[in-house]
Design a binder for this molecule. Structure first.
Ligand code: ATP
Length: 460
């Protein structure tokens, strides 16, 4: 099988698993769908929330110098004029004259080893449509911001944008946070929320969608210390994914060349992941300098500087920004966890089958433990349900009484459940259950009275 087919195959398998087991469904499916929109099902939302909480834990709860914020998606349009998004948040777009397929002009040039520089309205004569070989039209700059209107009148005055990044909500609240929290530089403001970009070429499942979630943190520092802080956060990003079990061979840093930096950036490094189709951005780190605060200060007329209480020195802080896509991180963690193994658990008829094991880190696994009575008959089922009830509120569990025990283990392996608790006939006598570990498949007998603490300790 070619590398390309293998890559498609793995993505197809993950998309199908996600649908079958209730992680992610195609959006608006009963109406024929809406291309590149995805809905998170019962297991998907648990997984997504767990990843979100893990980020919040490491960023906000474990750092006394970082506070949280939840700003509006809709903001005064001036924000986006001043930030440079109205004029410059564009991608170069080109249409095939024959098949009408739409391409990113810079991607087509890069694929040919050419520099992605072009004058507006110039036709890409040397390059043909990769799909049908047809001629391409003129390159147009396309602004990625979604527009809508506030109130009943649809005119320029009522126009607003859906935010294309969460960061600006943080910059415009800089003064509010500084004054209300009495923070001292260096300090950070973290935010998680939806962002919208009218991407020209969305795709690869949830890798690139037009509606997605970002987890961003703006770290405000004294100018001159920014380069050291950049290194600190760069290391943090690597460690964060490593701690979640992502294989280091699939991670690398990409340093953006100086001439390709965004208008606000002094330095940008991406943490990249080796996706089935190649390396791609996962987590961007930018030194945004004092660009945003200075711009907002200039155009709002508000003072957005900081006075050092010890030295009385006044300065506009520099900003180091690690920006991670929550939904893109979820895809990476699924890809990293997905494994196919030969039959390993109790296949009664001795057949060789391929089983899926989702080796998700315990902290993010949607279901922490499954409760499996060996028989659905009483009094076993009753005892198993009592055990499940005793865990409610402490962790997410699933109760499953149908099919052979091997089949039930496989169902749980497939969704990444770290522990299966089997309730058997002996449990009625000795008041113990068997706990099976997803990864080692080791089985341990545990007293029912101790089970809750036993499992809680596994997740500390
Ligand atoms: P790309 O080069 O992939 O378009 P970007 O450089 O425009 O990404 P940033 O503006 O740095 O992305 O956004 C920060 C993070 O948000 C990215 O690293 C990625 O994880 C996530 N992200 C950006 N665009 C999308 C999208 N359309 N769908 C899902 N996640 C996204």
């Amino acid at each position: 099988m070619s590398a390309e087919n293998k890559a498609e195959n793995k993505m197809d398998k993950i998309i199908s698993l996600c649908k079958r087991r209730g992680f992610i469904f195609p959006g608006s499916e009963i109406y024929g769908g809406l291309a590149n929109t995805w809905d998170y099902g019962p297991l998907g939302i648990l997984l997504k929330n767990n990843i979100r909480d893990y980020w919040w834990q490491k960023i906000v709860r474990e750092n006394n110098d970082i506070v949280g914020l939840d700003a509006s998606i809709l903001m005064n349009s001036k924000v986006w004029e001043v930030s440079g998004h109205v004029a410059g948040f564009t991608d170069p777009l080109v249409d095939c004259k024959a098949c009408k397929k739409r391409w990113r002009a810079d991607h087509l040039l890069e694929a040919k080893g050419l520099k992605p520089d072009f004058e507006p309205d110039v036709e890409l004569v040397d390059i043909k449509c990769p799909e049908c070989g047809g001629s391409l039209g003129a390159v147009r700059q396309f602004n990625l911001m979604f527009e809508t209107n506030i109130g009943p009148l649809k005119d320029e005055g009522s126009k607003v944008y859906l935010r294309p990044e969460t960061a600006q909500g943080i910059f415009v609240n800089f003064k509010n946070v500084l004054e209300s929290q009495r923070k001292r530089v260096p300090f950070g403001i973290a935010q998680i929320g939806k962002a919208f970009r009218n991407e020209i070429t969305p795709g690869n499942f949830v890798f690139r969608t037009r509606e997605f979630e970002q987890m961003e943190m703006e770290w405000f520092v004294k100018p001159g210390t920014d380069e050291d802080w950049f290194e600190t956060w760069k290391n943090f990003m690597w460690e964060w994914f490593k701690n979640l079990g992502v294989k280091e061979k699939d991670l690398r840093f990409y340093e953006h060349p100086k001439e390709k930096l965004s208008h606000y950036s002094k330095r940008t490094v991406d943490l990249e992941y080796n996706f089935p189709w190649g390396w791609g951005e996962l987590w961007g780190l930018a030194n945004r300098t004092d660009f945003d605060l200075k711009q907002h200060s200039k155009f709002s007329g508000q003072e957005l500087s900081y006075r050092d209480p010890e030295t009385n020195e006044v300065f506009v802080p520099f900003v180091i920004e690690p920006a991670l896509g929550l939904t893109r991180a979820l895809l990476v963690l699924l890809l990293n966890a997905y494994e196919e193994v030969e039959t390993r658990s109790g296949n009664e008829d001795g057949k060789h089958e391929t089983e899926i094991v989702l080796r998700l880190h315990k902290a993010i696994a949607p279901i922490k433990a499954a409760i499996l009575p060996l028989s659905k008959k009483e009094p076993l089922a009753k005892l198993a349900l009592e055990i499940q009830a005793s865990l409610a509120g402490s962790m997410m569990t699933q109760y499953d009484e149908t099919g052979s025990i091997g089949k039930r283990y496989r169902r749980q392996d497939e969704i990444g459940t770290p522990y299966c608790v089997t309730v058997d006939f002996e449990s009625l006598e000795d008041k113990q259950v068997t706990v099976r570990d997803r990864d080692t498949m080791a089985q341990e007998r545990v007293a029912i009275a101790d089970l809750r603490n036993y499992l809680i300790n596994k997740f500390l």
